[in-house]
Design a protein around this ligand. Structure first.
Ligand SMILES: N[C@@H](CCC(=O)N[C@@H](CS)C(=O)NCC(=O)O)C(=O)O
Length: 215
C-alpha cells in the first residue's frame, strides 16, 4: 500500500509555514501543499478550526494525524526522520538551538501575526481578554483528547507548569470566565491541590503583597 501523502496546510508568506517548508525540504520529505490565504481569511473557517483549534497556519497532516504548532512539528519530524538532523547531538547545544527558536516563535512572531495586527488596529480594549480566551478555548479543545488527571494523562508535565500561571492570569487579570473551558478548569483545580504547585503559587511568595496573600 502506498504511503499516505504528507499535506502541509500553509500560505506562502506565513513565516511559521515557511519554517516547515524548510524542515520538510531538509528532511527530503515530499508533500502536497494546501494553500489557505491569510489575506482572504481562509484559515478562519470552521472546517479548518476542526484541524487546528487556533485557526493558525501551518498544520501538517502526517502519519494519519493533523499536527499543529511548527516547533513541535519540527521536533516530530526530527524524531521520525532523524537524518539529516535539525538539532545538534550535544544536549547543551540542543537547549541553545531550542532557545534561539523560541525567541522567534514566542518572542517575536506572535506579536506580528496577521490576526494580532488586525485586532490591534480594531481596538486595544479587549486585547488581553480576546487572546487569553482564544488560547484557552484551543487548549480546552486539545485537552479533550490529551487530558487525564492532568493536561497530558495522569503525569504532571511541562504543559501543566505552563497551564496554571496562564489560567491564574486569565482569572485575575483578564476576568475570563474559565468555566467555559471545563477540561482546563478541572485540570487547574486538580493541579492546585499538589504541594509543588501550592508552594509555587504567586499568592504564597516572599514578595507577595499582604493584600494578595493566601494561606
Ligand atoms: N506558534 C505557531 C504560530 C502560528 C501562527 O501564528 N501562524 C500565523 C501565520 S505565520 C497565522 O496563521 N496567523 C493567523 C492569525 O493569527 O489569525 C506555530 O509556530 O505554528
Amino acid at each position: 500500500m502506498a504511503a499516505e501523502k504528507i499535506i502541509l496546510y500553509g500560505f506562502y508568506k506565513s513565516s511559521s509555514s515557511w519554517r516547515l517548508r524548510i524542515a520538510l525540504a531538509l528532511k527530503g520529505l515530499e508533500h502536497k501543499k494546501v494553500s489557505l490565504s491569510l489575506v482572504k481569511g481562509e484559515h478562519l473557517t470552521d472546517e479548518f478550526k476542526a484541524l487546528n483549534p487556533m485557526r493558525q497556519l501551518p498544520t501538517l497532516f502526517i502519519d494519519g494525524m493533523h499536527l499543529s504548532q511548527s516547533i513541535p512539528i519540527m521536533e516530530y519530524l526530527e524524531e521520525r526522520n532523524p537524518s539529516p538532523p535539525l538539532l545538534p547531538r550535544d544536549k547543551v547545544a540542543r537547549a541553545k538551538v531550542r532557545a534561539l527558536s523560541e525567541v522567534v516563535n514566542s518572542g517575536i512572531q506572535p506579536y506580528q501575526t496577521v490576526g494580532v495586527i488586525k485586532k490591534v488596529q480594531e481596538t486595544h480594549k479587549d486585547w488581553g481578554h480576546f487572546y487569553v480566551s482564544r488560547g484557552l478555548e484551543a487548549l480546552n479543545s486539545l485537552m479533550q483528547e490529551t487530558a487525564g488527571r492532568y493536561s497530558y494523562g495522569d503525569q504532571v508535565t511541562m504543559a501543566d507548569a505552563c497551564l496554571v500561571p496562564q489560567v491564574f492570569s486569565a482569572l485575575t487579570r483578564f476576568s475570563v470566565d474559565v468555566t467555559q473551558y471545563p477540561v482546563v478548569s478541572r485540570v487547574y483545580e486538580e493541579l492546585n491541590k499538589l504541594p509543588e504547585f501550592k508552594v509555587a503559587d504567586a499568592r504564597r511568595q516572599p514578595d507577595t503583597p499582604d493584600a494578595e496573600r493566601i494561606d
